[in-house]
Write a protein that binds this ligand. Structure first.
Ligand code: NI
Length: 180
C-alpha cells in the first residue's frame, strides 16, 4: 500500500468527478466527524494491543509495516489539518500533495515507540473530528486544488479524509486476519 496510495481515493474520485462535483448523497462534516470518532474509539484499543513484532513486520521491502501505515495516517491528518483550516479563510485553496513515501521515511515511524504512535493517531483524529464540526456550511464549497490533482471542494476533502483512513484500517484488518 505504500506503493500506490497518497490519497488513492482522492485521485480515483477526482477522475470520476470533474468539477463541479456532484454528490448523490452528500454527507455533512458532522456525520463524517461522528464516523471518525467512532472509528478511532474502536480501533485505538485494538491497535494498542498489537505487539512490536506485529507492527514492525514488513511483508516486503516495498511495503509499509503497520507502524508505518498508522504513521502515514498521522501524516495524512497533519496535511489535511492544514487544508481544512486554510480553506476556511481563502477564496480558493491551492496546497501541495504530500510525498507519502518520503514523509513515512523521514518521520522514521518504523522505529518510533508504537504506543506513542497510536496515541498520537487517536488524539490527532479526535481533534480532526472536532475541527470538522466547526466548519461553516458555506465554506464547504470552497474550491480546493491539491496539486497536481484536479480541483475539488472542501466538502470532498473532508469526505475523502475519512474514506482514506478507513481504507488503510481495512487493509490492516486484512493483514491481521491473514497472519492468524
Ligand atoms: Ni494512504
Amino acid at each position: 500500500m505504500g506503493v500506490f496510495c497518497e490519497q488513492i481515493l482522492l485521485v480515483a474520485c477526482l477522475q470520476r468527478h470533474p468539477l463541479p462535483l456532484i454528490f448523490e448523497s452528500p454527507q455533512m462534516p458532522q456525520q463524517i466527524a461522528d464516523h471518525l470518532t467512532q472509528t478511532v474509539t474502536e480501533w485505538r484499543l485494538r491497535l494498542q494491543e498489537l505487539s512490536q513484532d506485529q507492527v514492525r513486520d514488513k511483508p516486503s521491502a516495498a511495503r509499509w509495516s503497520i507502524s508505518e501505515v498508522v504513521g502515514h495516517l498521522v501524516d495524512s491528518a497533519c496535511n489535511n489539518h492544514q487544508r481544512f483550516i486554510r480553506a476556511q479563510f481563502l477564496p480558493a485553496l491551492t496546497f501541495p500533495r504530500y510525498e507519502q513515501n518520503e514523509w513515512v521515511a523521514a518521520a522514521a515511524w518504523q522505529t518510533m515507540d508504537w504506543q506513542t504512535i497510536v496515541n498520537l493517531w487517536a488524539s490527532y483524529n479526535l481533534m480532526m473530528a472536532h475541527l470538522m464540526r466547526q466548519i461553516p456550511d458555506e465554506q464547504l464549497s470552497t474550491p480546493c486544488t491539491i496539486t497536481p490533482y484536479e480541483a475539488c471542494d472542501l466538502r470532498f476533502l473532508v469526505t475523502d479524509y475519512l474514506d482514506h483512513l478507513r481504507h488503510h484500517l481495512q487493509k490492516i484488518d486484512e493483514r491481521l486476519a491473514n497472519a492468524r
